[in-house]
Ligand binder design. Structure first.
Ligand SMILES: [Fe+2]
Length: 358
C-alpha cells in the first residue's frame, strides 16, 4: 500500500515529512521538464489528488521514489534540504563595522575580465549593500555603459539617465548645491528602484563629499535598543509623494519594511517628501520621536561611510537597504557633475545566481 507522505529515517531529511505531490512535481527528467528552460511540460494542478508513494530508496545522496501514477523520480537530498530550509546561494547581509571595514573598491578594468572578479564584486555588493568602482572613463553615458554590462537599466520620469548638477528651478533638490541629508531615492515609486549607480564626471567644487549609510545596521540597532521606536517605524504606513509639472507619484509604505518572517526587507527614508497619517496623539508623539531618532542615527557617524566621489568613480548601492547623502557644495569654486541611473535587483541577483551555478 502506498503512502501519501514519507518520513526518511536517517540523514538530513529525517526531520521532515515529504508529501507525494510535493515530490512528484519536482521530478526533473526530460520527459517532465524542458531541459533548456527547466519549465514543466505538464500541469501540476492536474496531478491525481490521491497520488501515493509506492516505494523509496536512498543511494548515497540521491532519493529514488516510485509514484502510484507509474512515474519515477530521483532527487538530490542536499537540493531538497536547502529548498526546505530556505538556504540561499546569495550571501547574507553583514552588519557594518565602520571602524574596521575598508571601502569596497573594485577596478572597472578587471570586473569584466573574468567571472571570478564579477562574482566577487556582486557577493560584496550583497554583503555590504554597495561597491565603489574606479577607473571608469569620466565621460557622459559611461554609467549606462557600465550598468548595461550587468543588465537592463530602469527608466523613470527622470529618464534613463539623470544628471546631478546644480541648475535653476529643479524638480528635485538633488539638482541644487544644497546639502542632502541621508535619504533613499524615490520612495514614492512602485516599485522603488532597487539599485542606484552614480558616476562622477567632475567634482571640482568645494564641498560635495558623499556618504553612504547602512539602513540594515540602523534597523538592527533600533530593534536591539529602542524596541518601541522600531515597532512604530515598522508598523506605520507613511505617504511618499513626488510632484512636478508632468506627474504626481504617490505610495504608502513603512519607513522600515519587514518580510513575512519579520526580517529586514527595505528602508524608505526621505524627509523632504514623507507624511505620517493622522493617528491619535500618543501614537503620533511616539512616531515623531522615533523618526527623529532614526534621522539622528542615519546622519550620525556610527553608521556612515564618508568619502569623496572623484572623477571616474561609480558608487553602486542598494537603494532598498542603504541611504545616501552629500555635503553642500559651492558651484562657483569648480564644476561638479555626476550622472546616475537605476537598475533593479533582478539584474544583479539574477547574474550572481547564474555565476554561482555555473
Ligand atoms: Fe538621492
Amino acid at each position: 500500500m502506498g503512502k501519501k507522505v514519507i518520513n526518511i529515517k536517517e540523514g538530513k531529511l529525517s526531520e521532515f515529512k515529504l508529501h507525494s505531490i510535493w515530490l512528484r512535481e519536482r521530478i526533473n527528467g526530460a520527459e517532465f521538464l524542458d531541459q533548456n528552460n527547466l519549465q514543466r511540460l505538464y500541469e501540476p494542478s492536474l496531478l491525481e489528488d490521491n497520488l501515493l508513494i509506492n516505494a523509496h530508496t536512498i543511494n548515497k545522496n540521491i532519493l529514488n521514489v516510485e509514484f502510484s501514477d507509474g512515474t519515477k523520480g530521483s532527487f538530490n537530498i542536499d537540493d531538497l534540504y536547502n529548498e526546505i530550509k530556505n538556504i540561499d546561494v546569495l550571501p547574507q547581509k553583514k552588519i557594518w563595522d565602520i571602524k574596521k571595514d575598508n571601502l569596497k573598491i573594485f577596478d572597472n578594468n578587471q570586473i569584466f575580465e573574468n567571472d571570478s572578479e564579477l562574482t566577487r564584486m556582486l557577493e560584496i555588493f550583497y554583503q555590504y549593500g554597495y561597491v565603489i568602482i574606479k577607473n571608469t572613463k569620466p565621460e557622459e553615458n559611461e554609467v549606462i555603459n557600465f550598468a548595461e554590462k550587468l543588465g537592463p537599466v530602469r527608466s523613470t520620469n527622470f529618464g534613463k539617465l539623470f544628471n546631478v548638477v546644480s541648475k535653476p528651478n529643479p524638480n528635485d533638490l538633488a539638482y541644487t548645491a544644497l546639502e542632502l541629508t541621508s535619504h533613499s531615492d524615490n520612495p514614492y515609486r512602485r516599485p522603488v528602484p532597487g539599485i542606484q549607480l552614480l558616476h562622477c564626471i567632475s567634482n571640482e567644487s568645494m564641498g560635495g563629499d558623499s556618504s553612504l549609510i547602512d539602513g540594515f545596521s540602523v534597523s538592527n540597532y533600533l530593534k536591539q535598543n529602542e524596541i518601541e521606536f522600531y515597532k512604530i517605524l515598522t508598523e506605520t504606513n507613511i505617504t511618499f509623494k513626488f510632484t512636478d509639472v508632468d506627474t504626481i507619484l504617490v505610495d504608502k509604505a513603512k519607513l522600515i519594511e519587514l518580510d513575512h518572517n519579520n526580517n529586514f526587507r527595505q528602508i524608505r527614508f526621505s524627509g523632504r517628501l514623507d507624511y505620517a497619517p493622522l493617528l491619535d496623539e500618543k501614537k503620533l508623539d511616539l512616531f515623531y520621536s522615533a523618526r527623529k531618532y532614526m534621522f539622528k542615527l542615519c546622519n550620525s557617524d556610527i553608521f556612515k561611510i564618508k568619502f569623496r566621489l572623484s572623477k571616474g568613480m561609480i558608487a553602486m548601492f542598494d537603494n532598498l537597504r542603504l541611504l545616501h547623502g552629500r555635503t553642500k557644495f559651492d558651484p562657483n569654486t569648480g564644476f561638479r557633475h555626476l550622472q546616475g541611473c537605476y537598475i533593479d535587483h533582478d539584474v544583479t541577483e539574477g547574474k550572481l545566481r547564474r555565476l554561482l551555478k555555473s
